[in-house]
Design a protein around this ligand. Structure first.
Ligand SMILES: *Cc1c(COP(=O)(O)O)cnc(C)c1O
Length: 225
């Protein structure tokens, strides 16, 4: 299995490099977050051995447990990419390098209260497809929310994040990615966390600085425990 993870990681990196080249971007300006949620520790170790340093987790307790189990791996950065309940925000405040799904002021305040050390880098999650079932701020709410977050100690607002509606074609994500980039520009936020297995190349063409790729690296996810 570990040979599989290593080969897949290299293939994703090659696709990132090709997408960057198409639009004249530097590969080093795109951070690949290997989304390891629900995958075992051994898969993360295999990706680390193949050079991965940024890992994405959706569930706060799972992130906490994996960060503890892998504390001896030097240079690992944990990215919390899923919604979190206020009561579990402390695990993210303690163990994460960045939080990509900020859209709730109670959560922001709890993260701020609990964070020690270097500020937690935060991305505001935008609900770009206006989907009733999805978390995220409406575009009209983002500016006031950004101001509120900027006032909180321990948090550093760096960018915007979105998970567009899943359509058959990756091209269908392009207008959403473009809108996120424009909104980031308006708000003075330069980092864009957008694109997953399905559409990360389109996201890079539209300016993604962080892509969150799980399945293409680790294979299909085991079902939730
Ligand atoms: C699971 C997840 C991903 C990765 O999805 P893949 O299709 O496996 O690449 C990216 N972003 C978020 C927010 C996720 O929850």
């Amino acid at each position: 299995m570990s040979a599989g993870v290593s080969a897949s990681l290299h293939e994703v990196r090659a696709r990132i490099a090709a997408a960057c080249k198409r639009v004249g971007r530097e590969e080093r300006d795109v951070t690949l977050i290997a989304v390891s949620k629900l995958h075992p520790i051994e898969s993360i170790s295999a990706a680390y051995a193949a050079g991965a340093r940024d890992f994405g987790e959706n569930y706060a307790q799972e992130l906490r447990d994996k960060a503890q189990a892998l504390a001896s791996l030097e240079g690992v950065r944990w990215h919390a990419i899923g919604p979190v309940q206020t009561k579990n925000a402390k695990y993210i405040a303690k163990a994460a390098f960045a939080f990509h799904a900020l859209c709730d002021l109670d959560v922001a305040q709890e993260l701020s209260r609990r964070r020690g050390g270097a500020p937690l880098r935060c991305f505001l999650e935008l609900n770009v497809g206006a989907e009733a079932t999805k978390a995220g701020l409406g575009p009209g709410e983002a500016s006031a929310f950004a101001d509120a977050v900027r006032a909180l100690p321990g948090l550093q607002l760096v960018g915007l994040m979105a998970l567009p509606p899943l359509e058959d074609s990756p091209e269908a994500s392009r207008p959403h990615f473009r809108r996120l980039r424009e909104l980031g520009h308006t708000l003075g936020l330069s980092q864009l966390s957008m694109g997953s297995t399905h559409d990360f190349e389109v996201a890079i063409e539209e300016g993604a600085t962080h892509v969150r790729v799980g399945t293409a690296i680790f294979g299909e996810r085991p079902t939730a425990p």
